[in-house]
Design a protein. Structure first.
Length: 454
């Protein structure tokens, strides 16, 4: 780190940041009451609101959004005539998945091998702490030079669109000159990166019914249509033999022009087993940033333990389809739905339910805010130049903000580099990245304010 006063201040604040992140990670704030009680999300929202009030934010409010979740809002006025910057993070998290596979409890921040482990440590509770660190450093070094709005979403991981709907109904609330989305991350630890594109997504549940009830496989198997077998065949139709996504009517051959992702590095980051091939064709960047990708993320079927010799009457699966910029998520939803309805074998009855959707996003990296961020990252990461990459994940709010505030510049940064293993077991954050990205954000706010005065 440099000897810049901002850097020194943030370094001194890191023990406090660790303690606060531990408090925030402790909330089991999965925005799905079927998994964890809503009280966990409510408690996390109250914690976030309290943190904003402690930093002298005004108009702090817990917003009840249409999907049943709560987003937290606060406003900190800056000097007269200063631009307004919106800082975004989300406090809800993915379920921990198999808790027995975690090396430490998922909701207990644990330091190990120089990293802090816990669900949400990087995605995205750490992003909220990053915003706090940047603002505290500015307050300790002459003051915050811009007006700041903070919004912490409560259901981003569910894709149910509560905050997007709320923003559309209250368009004045999040209006800003620039938006900093703290929910992406660096391409690699130590390499400062802004995210220039996001894939959109659609999430569907499909159900197949073939019989009035389960049947004895010895008495009826061989002629009775098995719904689980039909589901397996239907899901297999979504991929070619090499693993390429094959949704009828969906284009899959786009190319990524920019920072590349070496295959050996990807295999290491993804922890691909020796001898197992990557799927699809083209460069890794083509496959994860520029092309659609289908994933079966859940399937209802009898578990092996306790299974009976039965022909299954019904089967259900949940399917995620990521779509790159240039592909409309509404159209992709229609194509995927039509594919599922037309490809189900044996005349199985098909029902399809949409449970989430978000449009892809492309940022304007030539804007003045990006120049200010490049200078900030250069100072926070001595010897490194800011890079620009894509991200396979989705942040539907970006498109909502871009449509509501077409003149606003939108930057995407964060803490979710490959070692963070977000959404997987043993998620973690690098405290060095938290420190450096907080420095970068603070310096950006200074640079941006200065550029608006020039």
């Amino acid at each position: 780190m440099t000897a810049h006063p901002i850097s020194e201040t943030i370094a001194s604040l890191m023990p406090r940041a660790k303690a606060e992140l531990a408090e925030l990670v402790a909330f089991q704030s999965v925005a799905d009451p079927a998994v964890y009680p809503r009280s966990e999300c409510d408690a996390a929202a109250e914690w976030v609101a309290g943190a904003l009030r402690a930093e002298d934010f005004q108009d702090v409010a817990l917003l009840d959004t249409p999907d049943g979740s709560r987003s937290v809002y606060g406003f900190m006025p800056g000097p007269a005539g200063a631009p307004t910057v919106l800082l975004y993070a989300h406090y809800d998290v993915q379920p921990p998945l198999d808790e027995s596979a975690w090396l430490s409890p998922p909701f207990e921040l644990t330091e190990r091998d120089g990293r802090w482990f816990g669900r949400g440590s990087a995605d995205c509770k750490g992003g909220f702490v990053m915003h706090l660190l940047a603002l505290r450093a500015l307050k300790a070094n002459g003051g915050v030079p811009v007006s700041v709005k903070v919004i912490a979403e409560g259901s981003e991981e569910q894709g149910t669109g509560g905050l997007e709907q709320y923003a559309q109904a209250h368009p004045e609330l999040l209006a800003a000159d620039t938006v900093v989305i703290g929910d992406t991350g660096n391409f690699r630890v130590g390499l400062p990166t802004v995210t220039s594109t996001l894939r959109g997504m659609t999430m569907l549940r499909v159900r197949l019914d073939t019989l009035e009830g389960n049947l004895h496989s010895g008495q009826f198997g061989g002629a009775a249509p098995d719904a689980l077998a039909a589901m397996i065949q239907l899901l297999a139709s979504l991929r070619a033999e090499d693993g390429t996504t094959t949704v009828d009517g969906l284009t899959t051959g786009a190319k990524w022009d920019g920072l590349q992702y070496p295959e050996a590095e990807f295999r290491k980051d993804a922890k691909v087993l020796d001898g197992v091939e990557l799927i699809s064709t083209g460069t890794v960047a083509d496959r994860i940033w520029a092309r659609p990708a289908v994933t079966v993320i859940g399937i209802d079927c009898p578990p092996v333990v306790g299974a009976t010799p039965s022909v299954q009457a019904s089967a259900r699966a949940q399917i995620s389809l990521r779509v790159p910029p240039g592909v409309d998520a509404d159209e992709a939803t229609k194509l995927l739905t039509a594919h599922l309805r037309s490809r189900a074998p044996w005349g199985a009855r098909v029902s399809v339910e949409q449970v989430g959707q978000g449009q892809p996003f492309r940022a304007d990296v030539s804007s003045p805010a990006y120049a200010a961020m490049a200078d900030a990252m250069r100072a926070a990461y001595p010897g490194q130049e800011m890079q620009s990459c894509g991200m396979g994940g989705s942040i539907p709010l970006c498109n909502t903000l871009a449509s509501l505030y077409p003149e606003a510049e939108i930057l995407l940064i964060g803490l979710s580099e490959p070692e963070a293993q977000i959404h997987a077991v043993n998620e973690s954050v690098s405290p060095e990245e938290l420190e450096r990205m907080s420095v970068a954000e603070a310096l950006f706010l200074q640079n941006y304010a200065a550029s608006k005065k020039a």
